[in-house]
Design a binder for this molecule. Sequence first.
Ligand SMILES: [Zn+2]
Length: 500
Amino acid sequence: MKQLFYFIAAILLLCSTCPAQSQTQRTRLEKHVYTLASDSLQGRRAGSPDAEKARQYIEREWLDMGLKPLWDGTFRSAFELFGQSGYCNLVGLIEGSDPVLKQEYIIVGGHYDHLGVQNDQVYNGADDNASGTACVTEIARQLLARQSELKRSVIICAFDAEEIGLHGSSFLANTLKTKGMIDRVKLMMSVDMVGWLRQGGALELQGTGTLANGDNLTSPKSLGIDIPIRTKRFENSIFTATDTEPFAKKGIPTLAITTGIKSPYHKPEDDANLIDYEGLDRVTDYLAAFTLRLASTEGDLGSGKVAEKHRTKVPLLEAGLQVGYNSSWLQFPNAAFNGKSLSGLHGGLALQLNLGNTFSVHADLIYSLFRTPLPHIEQPFVSAFRMRQQAVLLPLTLQLNISNVSNRFFFNFGGYAAYLTAHDVYKPNTVDGPAVMKADLSYPAELGIAWGVGFRLGYHYEFRIYNLHALTPVYLSGVSAEPQYKSFPNHSTLSLAYYF
Ligand SMILES: [Zn+2]
């Protein structure tokens, strides 16, 4: 009997501690996701009355748990888009207790808007991003329960209008800047699509490199939470963007947090019944513990580094390697014909001095193999002989960059020099040609003008086309025939470069 009593007491004790608490959090997470991703909210399109329903739900939850607004007695921080009102972030504050550090902020945010209704289908957006909104809400609840342990303050945010261009997060970042608070934001986290932990295999944290000691700070083991995580030092995919971007571009350390895009991403099938709630519960516990750690760790949190795609300034000097393909031909200003073209290869260095974001001085130092057909002296439309040149080629141009820092179009204009290290004239064995054509290449250098266009994709990859037109002539003549033909070499080069 006594044993039975102890047994029952033990069970009761167990139920009253962690499992019960975690069950209620899980139940609440389910309720948030099922509510926000229900058909009655019609996909929470930004600017629609359905997004307003989502806001009212979140606001009620936040008020009930005792979260305080950051500004003006309301969670609502409304903004206009395209001259229209009806867009609104919800912003709450959990104030830190340290008299100095409470002026510093950790932001935990997730967007609540989704795609609405398209072609009569409701895009419920359960993973994207009812899951993140639910998670942020329950993180806030956990932090409120341990508020006395926080030294820094934590800003809780539900962003609007992410799906149509990160507008809610941009608005918050700009508002914080206007109010002189942005430099006191020590980390911004975007919790976006965190409902597929089991299927995704791990919780991904992109941007640990923006934190000093990021790998240690994020370690689940040291936080006492059992969750598989995958860290990426920087958010560098140029094909994805999240609410971290407007903050990262202001130099703030950021973490983009997700269980990945295994869910039916931007499809009507992204529904509440597919969410891994056990996983979402663990993600919430982990992020709450992590936020608590950051809010109570003294000293600088940032590493001072940002992802390459978040750079707002190009570096002064850039260097890369390039390989390419070229095509050369001769232009005859005094004759009724132009030479045909033949291809060659080149490779070498690319160097760039950036004078701000718009203008650069670009130089290449490349070793080129040029092949140029020589016209038959009596039958100019037959290319009987070929000139083969090896040259050190140095185009030097002024470059005009258009569009943003990481992906830019550019135009170049300048000059080039080619120092010929070897040349010969040969007759390909497939051609019968009677007359021998002679090229006078006694001078070693070719000088001319260069112009081109190109595209830089992300920080590393570049595609560039140059047209090089010589201003120094080459004289061609037959062995015995006169007159000489004056010609100007032309080269088109196409290069792929990788910058370090
Ligand atoms: Zn999203």
